[in-house]
Design a protein around this ligand. Structure first.
Ligand code: LMR
Length: 396
């Protein structure tokens, strides 16, 4: 008889479920027809639908007609797709041969792969993350074996970026530490760095030899495609090494199709080729090949001038709706005025956990425990009720 205890899956510790996934499940289970789901970050139009974009639908039809095979494409995925995204994401850096790309399952796949690449090159790197952040950022970094260093990013009382705290964190970081930056439409606060702040952050990152990893999940939903990528492009101007994790899930409305891209830049083409060889091996180990349909659809949109123009128009419509709803909420109460000055799908409401829970119990309004809500989570009809309930909750 062995006197040691046989290892068993039963010995696994309990896992605290991801707060956003738990919220989706809670909301789905609520039978009240009037429920308002401002939890997860999914765009909804004036009547509360998450539509498939016109350009995407047409591209899917073309794809259905033209696609002759579903044979494997390889770990890089759809190469043309990634190539077509270069000018959109990289702008003036699109032709930089030191930047290589591959298709990933969503922006999340790209962030994970980027962190894993950094961990392989420098296991001692620490990942500096401003809080609050997307709840999946810290566990992804830790899952790659990297230490996470948190710093306060947002002043929830004054509703502004705690820029001094951010700078202090970056200035005391060690060379090689990772600066994980939200490219635009900060999740969960909506509080983006302004151009001057980007300039300062970029200078410190470059001067201190930090490794910039930019999560660009909402490009085009804040100020515009180019404007939203300017922070990332400025980093590329200043830094020899950088990683951008990009997502088309939101700006093409293809959430469940998981469409993302990883951009890797090093100081020279040989080093980029070596880094990409590692990335491809890691992708091979994790998912072997990325799912094709979403990327093939985006490629079909971007390869067709008329469809690409229509996509840009549809993206502008989504962005304008976000900003119109922001303005409407901001007008309703001086305590909510800050919402008009923020960007993207999310802002945080000045509510306690008890108030958030009361909104859920009494009004069937579902938002994250942090008070993060999706500005375009509800229909126009539901908006007045949402605003009234939030004001009631704030009044206590
Ligand atoms: C969100 O923050 O709501 C989205 O990024 C969806 C997700 O995967 O969490």
């Amino acid at each position: 008889m062995l006197d040691t205890v046989q290892p068993s899956l039963a010995a696994l510790p309990p896992v605290e479920s991801d707060s956003l996934l738990a919220l989706i499940a809670l909301c789905n289970a609520d039978p009240r027809p009037e429920k308002i789901d401002v939890g997860v970050g999914v765009y909804r139009d004036a009547v509360g639908n998450t539509p498939i974009l016109r350009s995407v639908k047409k591209a899917e039809k073309l794809l259905w007609e033209r696609q002759r095979s579903k044979g494997y494409l390889g770990s890089r995925g759809d190469v043309r797709f990634a190539q077509l995204l270069r000018p959109i994401v990289l702008g003036r850096h699109a032709d930089d041969a030191r930047i290589d790309t591959l298709q990933t399952p969503g922006g999340c796949g790209a962030v994970r792969l980027g962190l894993q690449l950094i961990a392989a090159a420098n296991p001692a790197a620490r990942v500096l993350i401003g809080t609050p952040t997307w709840p999946n950022h810290p566990p992804m970094a830790e899952g790659c074996g990297l230490e996470v260093v948190r710093y306060p990013f947002y002043d929830a009382d004054r509703r502004v970026v705690r820029f001094d705290a951010m700078i202090a964190a970056l200035e005391t970081a060690r060379p090689g530490d990772v600066a994980l930056l939200h490219g635009c439409c900060h999740n969960p606060t909506g509080a983006d760095l302004d151009p001057q702040q980007w300039h300062t952050v970029t200078r410190i990152v470059a001067e201190r030899g930090l490794f910039p990893l930019i999560d660009l999940a909402y490009q085009g939903l804040g100020r515009g495609l180019d404007e939203d990528a300017e922070g990332a492009r400025g980093i590329l101007d200043a830094c020899d090494e950088a990683i951008i994790a990009q997502s088309c899930d939101k700006n093409f409305g293809m959430y469940r199709d998981r469409v993302g891209t990883l951009f890797v830049k090093t100081a020279d083409r040989d080093s980029t080729a070596k880094a990409m060889a590692h990335v491809l091996q890691m992708a091979r180990e994790m998912w072997s090949m990325p799912p094709d349909h979403g990327a093939a659809t985006v490629r079909t949109v971007l390869d067709d001038e008329a469809l690409a123009a229509d996509w840009r128009a549809e993206l502008a419509t989504m962005r304008e709706r976000i900003n119109t709803v922001r303005a409407e909420i901001a007008r309703a109460d001086p305590r909510l005025a800050y919402i008009a000055g923020q960007y993207g799908m999310f802002s945080m409401l000045p509510l306690t956990l008890e108030q958030v829970r009361a909104l859920r119990d009494q009004h069937a309004i579902y938002m994250a425990d942090s008070g993060r809500f999706n500005v375009v989570g509800m229909s126009d009809d539901a908006l007045p009720r949402f605003i009234a309930a939030v004001i009631e909750a704030m009044d206590g």
